[in-house]
Design a binder for this molecule. Structure first.
Ligand SMILES: O=P(O)(O)OC[C@H]1O[C@](O)(CO)[C@@H](O)[C@@H]1O
Length: 568
């Protein structure tokens, strides 16, 4: 790709900097008194309402952000992504997670080849396999049906599927079809995680799905070897063929591990790990748990947003609006964090997933051409479901630092509870908070209001809320598998929009490599010290001292214990 100007050197960027000073003059509570402005800041699409009227922005800000999008060639970049161009230039790969949820008859090319038939071959294979396992026609080595699944993977091979699983558990249709089945996730290399995962499970009725794009990730491979040993010890080595399957782009390593390639489910290098939940990475374990039809609905939800993102003018395009407003908050206001606050317990794993999608994608220091960036990209994403978060970190959000918030609410509860004699049901109670918090942040409370309430003067400074704190609200009609797919795709594309505007590569992750290679050196040292008694060398004073202490104090841990971890 030809080298291009940094976005911060363009005129629209400079104009926005100047405009910022104007916007800062008006408090959000005054912006909110303009009903016409608020009306123009609401978008409805396919059961989703976005209200961004509580952003510190005016219609003029939006106009200027569209000019910025033009300067960043946003539309062209979106098209290049959908056209399968190799926009992940440092890895020379296309970025085609949208193909994973495209309808069977769609045509999406990578290198001149339509990838959609390959996608559907794997989906059909997953459908067939998961139906066999669920119906009991595929059984374990001792002839028992496999009712439990442990999905072994980390990062993108874990967080997305966990988020979707946690959300689907509360969907009545999905939970009905999951009856009698369990799905667990093993990610951490901490032995506690493997011990917790196998606790209460019988290997005779357990299927292990090893999920790794590369099939080289240290944590996943060690956990996979540990579970292989657990199965072999209990059922004999030949049981592995019936009890272990894999999801990977590296089918050669899958075979070398001892998993029959017939039981491997492929995906492709044009799917980034953190964008892989719609590939076999998520679709296989979720189909085993809920059945393929439920997962197909989830894919259709994501596809509905893909279409919306691709074809809707920016003024009504939810991921584009969200992306532009995030750039506005991060790069102009200098707000470096973003809170993701779903008022839905079913979405408790949404923020952890988006943390990876967003922070691994956009936490970059150079432009896509390799030029050092004079601006910060990405933001610190964190979040918890409301109302739990209100009793935890909201104090800081209300009176401490300014952190733009995403409030996500659901109109119809998945599992309504009504108490006799109470008019406001439990979901109404939850949603009362969803509606109240954004206004509390925006309006705040002035010293004059407190005086009128006869608050003692020494408490007035403590009870004052400055307000003027931006948020946006996403209201979903329900939270079935279709909506979960939509929500996922909205955030995936929002992150891409931010990266496209900042002019970075949102699809590589070189920043995770250095720590991995240093861990390899430490691992070698531990091995040499434990097996040959070699002293610690080649590390700085601090690391050498701590490592030596660790080796000394863990010397009573046997190097090669012959038993598999106890269950806890
Ligand atoms: O699926 P794999 O290849 O095991 O990788 C797991 C994760 O590790 C990372 O490479 C980061 O270390 C992520 O990008 C990826 O999702």
């Amino acid at each position: 790709m030809a080298s291009s100007a940094l976005i911060c050197d363009t005129q629209p960027w400079k104009d926005l900097k100047a405009h910022l000073e104007d916007v800062k003059k008006t408090h959000l509570r005054d912006l909110l008194s303009d009903a016409e402005r608020c009306k123009s800041m609401m978008v409805d699409f396919d059961g989703i309402t976005l209200d961004y009227s509580r952003q510190r922005a005016t219609p003029q800000t939006l106009g200027q952000l569209y000019k910025l999008a033009e300067a960043a060639h946003l539309k062209e970049k979106i098209n290049r992504m959908f056209n399968g161009e190799r926009i992940n230039s440092t890895e020379n790969r296309s970025v085609l997670h949208v193909a994973l949820r495209a309808p069977r008859d769609a045509v999406i090319n990578s290198d001149g080849k339509n990838v959609v038939p390959d996608v559907w071959n794997v989906l059909d294979k997953i459908k067939e396999f998961s139906e066999k396992v669920r119906s009991g026609s595929w059984v374990g080595a001792t002839g028992k049906p496999l009712t439990n699944v442990i999905s072994v993977g980390i990062g993108g091979s874990f967080l997305g599927p966990l988020f979707v699983h946690t959300a689907l558990q509360t969907d009545p249709e999905a939970s009905k079809s999951a009856k009698g089945r369990q799905l667990r996730f093993l990610a951490n290399v901490d032995p506690i995680d493997v011990a917790r995962n196998i606790t209460g499970l019988n290997p005779e009725t357990t299927l292990v799905v090893v999920v790794s794009k590369t099939f080289t990730t240290a944590e996943t491979m060690l956990n996979a070897r540990t579970l292989r040993a657990w199965i072999s010890k209990e059922l004999g080595p030949s049981a592995v063929a019936k009890h272990m399957v894999a999801v990977s782009t590296n089918l050669k390593l899958v075979e070398e591990f001892g998993i029959d390639p017939k039981n491997a489910f492929a995906f492709w290098d044009w799917v980034g790990g953190r964008y892989s939940v719609c590939s076999a990475v998520g679709v296989l374990p979720l189909s085993l748990q809920y059945g393929f039809p439920v997962v197909e609905k989830f894919l259709k939800g994501a596809a509905s947003i893909d279409q919306h993102f691709y074809s809707t003018p920016f003024e009504k395009n939810i991921p584009v609006l969200l992306g532009l407003l995030s750039v506005w908050n991060v790069s102009f206001f200098g707000y470096s964090a973003r809170a993701i606050l779903p008022y839905s317990q079913a979405l408790e794993k949404f923020a952890p997933h988006i943390q990876q999608v967003s922070m691994e994608s956009n936490g970059k220091g150079v432009s896509i051409d390799g030029k050092p960036l004079p601006l910060e990209t990405g933001e610190i994403d964190f979040g918890e479901p409301g109302t739990n978060g209100q009793h935890s970190f909201y104090q800081l959000i209300h009176q401490g630092r300014v952190i733009p918030c995403d409030f996500i609410g659901v109109v119809k509860s998945q599992q309504p509870v009504y108490l006799e004699g109470e008019v406001v049901n439990n979901h109404d109670e939850l949603m009362s908070n969803f509606f109240a918090q954004p206004d509390a942040l925006a309006y705040g409370k002035t010293p004059e209001q407190l005086q009128q309430e006869n608050v003692s003067s020494h408490l007035i400074p403590h009870k004052t809320f400055s307000g003027n704190r931006p948020s946006l609200s996403l209201l979903l009609a329900s939270l079935d598998s279709y909506k979960v797919g939509q929500l996922l795709a909205i955030y995936e594309h929002r992150v891409a929009v931010q990266g496209f505007i900042w002019g970075i590569n949102s699809f590589d992750q070189w920043g995770v490599e250095l720590g991995k290679s240093l861990a390899t050196q430490v691992r070698k040292q531990l091995n040499a010290s434990r097996t040959k008694g070699e002293t610690v060398q080649g590390f700085n004073f601090s690391t050498a001292t701590m490592l030596t202490k660790y080796l000394k104090e863990s010397s009573d841990v046997p190097a090669n214990p012959s038993t598999i971890l106890p269950q806890i």
